[in-house]
Design a protein around this ligand. Sequence first.
Ligand code: HEM
Length: 155
Amino acid sequence: DALTEKQEALVNSSWEAFKKNIPHLSIVFYSSILEKAPESKDMFSFLKNFDGIPHQNSTLEAHAEKIFDMTRDAAIQLRAKGKIDLANDVTLEYLASVHVQKGVTEQHFVVLKEAMLKTIKKAMDDKWSEELSCAWSIPYDQLAATIKKAMGWEL
Ligand code: HEM
């Protein structure tokens, strides 16, 4: 699916809001993931040896930022050319191998999406809308599908 100009603008403005408060919002994001998929705690190098979720942890924050950044980038590309090409700092082959190795499941992709939408809602507060959630869902779903295919899953 391509994205409308409005949807791209919604993603961009909420991404800016996310960027302004990454220390807090990255905690919201991982809390939501662990609430729904507690077993995933041991999958993340920056969570597994901690009691709860570590605050002020730059690896955790960088990882959250990367996922939101890639989804926002996917939105821009879907708007511009109707398809996603990954930025060249991370190849699809590498991304797929990491997720296969960590044992990521279909349910995890659903959980991560819900966590992302919840985090964006927190970031936007009273400027949140259903339309905004939908604008993030489209690039996330397509990015996830790209990764799953590269993981060798039949979609
Ligand atoms: C690692 C992106 C979905 C679990 C990574 C890395 C990226 C990434 C960029 C870092 C690779 C590296 O630099 O080493 C994404 C994107 C996703 C997605 C864009 C969805 C569209 C998921 C899901 C899970 C997951 C659903 C499971 C809950 C992990 C784990 C790592 C990882 C455990 C290794 C982190 C570490 O321990 O350092 N992912 N991911 N990812 N991802 Fe994902």
